[in-house]
Design a protein. Structure first.
Length: 366
């Protein structure tokens, strides 16, 4: 299928570039003052995340870390703080690790070859291709989620793109169609087409410049492509999180281990044994005092559980979180250390906090 003749490839790229010239997005933050660093940060943020979500995070991140040197020299907590809420935190940790490697191995300049880019943490084949094409104008194909959808529909490629045989077919098509001229514009154009017209649901086929030769459209089977991932039953896990408040109304946070779920982020404690000796209480009077301190008006039960469950969904499982609220009745014997932090919601420290924990804290201090 990927043995496309030159005429067919040129017709595809010409039609796409003509549409991009008239309708493509050209004012996104990372398209201004283009640099390899800005392209790299944007491409990492855009992995599994929509443009409209990324824009404010990108602007704040670049304002705090304007170049690879500033990112490499930053503390991990600071990097995670500016990533908080964007999700998939391994991206931030890999970005930080890569910045250090770039400073050590590449004289603080992002490498300009796909091979060197792939050697950096968090950069795969498609991301490396996008950076090389957009930042360095090199002839490299990309295959992100948007491009997979465009090509799967245009050529009616059956099967789930996560399957290696399907992915290989799509890569062959992507490489055959990528032009040698205007490669940066083409790369942006095909991503834009997938993000704005050839969307996952409710695609705007009447406005699509590729409609005439799109096999999925001609077959009236656009919704069939790309193939769906085989469904699995998503398991549900449960945990209790302990909202411990001191006499100043500060919340006790614990730093997560360097590996695993929410690695290196700050979260609420989950192990009651680690809280022994704190002087926790949950009598009616003290519950009332805590309610006032947190502006809470929810119903308390005898064990600190307010009967509210917060669900957070990961890629492979649901996590049901039951918050349990306690107030320290005497001055805390826990001193702040590497793994503990008394967090003041009124003047929040700039640290990375797990998304559901941040949501819970925001609800508490409304």
């Amino acid at each position: 299928m990927a043995n496309l003749d030159t005429v067919a490839s040129k017709q595809f790229s010409d039609a796409l570039l003509n549409w991009f010239d008239h309708h493509g997005r050209k004012d996104l933050p990372w398209q201004k003052n283009i640099s390899a660093y800005r392209v790299w940060v944007s491409e990492i943020m855009l992995q599994q995340t929509q443009v409209k979500t990324v824009i404010p995070y990108f602007e704040k991140f670049i304002a705090r870390f304007p170049d690879v040197t500033s990112l490499a020299s930053a503390k991990e907590d600071d990097v995670l703080h500016y990533w908080s809420g964007l999700g998939y935190y391994s991206r931030a940790r890999n970005l930080h690790k890569s910045a250090k490697q770039i400073c050590q191995l590449f004289n603080a300049e992002l490498p300009n070859t796909v091979e060197a880019l792939i050697s950096l943490p968090g950069i795969g084949r498609s991301t490396a291709g996008a950076i090389a094409a957009i930042a360095f104008h090199q002839h490299n194909a990309i295959l992100d989620g948007n491009v997979k959808r465009v090509l799967a529909r245009y050529y009616a490629v059956d099967g789930w793109p996560g399957k290696s045989t399907v992915a290989n077919t799509l890569w062959e098509l992507a490489e055959a169609l990528t032009p040698k001229q205007r490669v940066a514009d083409y790369t942006q154009a095909i991503m834009d087409l997938g993000a704005t017209l050839c969307t996952r649901s409710r695609p705007s086929c009447p406005e699509c410049p590729m409609q005439r030769d799109c096999q999925a459209f001609q077959q009236d089977r656009v919704a069939h492509y790309p193939g769906k991932k085989p469904k699995k039953v998503i398991p549900i896990k449960t945990t209790a999180m302990y909202v411990v408040v001191n006499q100043q109304g500060h919340l006790l946070l614990q730093k997560r281990p360097a590996t695993g779920v929410w690695a290196s982020l700050w979260s609420l404690p989950e192990d009651p044994q680690q809280l022994s000796g704190l002087g926790l209480c949950h009598t009616a009077t003290e519950q009332g005092a805590m309610t006032v301190a947190l502006n809470q008006v929810k119903q308390w039960t005898n064990n600190g559980d307010i009967g509210v469950t917060l669900r957070h969904t990961f890629s492979h499982f649901h996590l049901d979180i039951s918050p349990r609220y306690y107030r320290v009745k005497t001055p805390s014997r826990i001193m702040e250390a590497k793994q503990w932090l008394w967090f003041n919601p009124a003047e929040p420290a700039k640290v990375g906090i797990a998304a559901p924990v941040k949501k819970l804290i925001d609800q508490l201090v409304k």
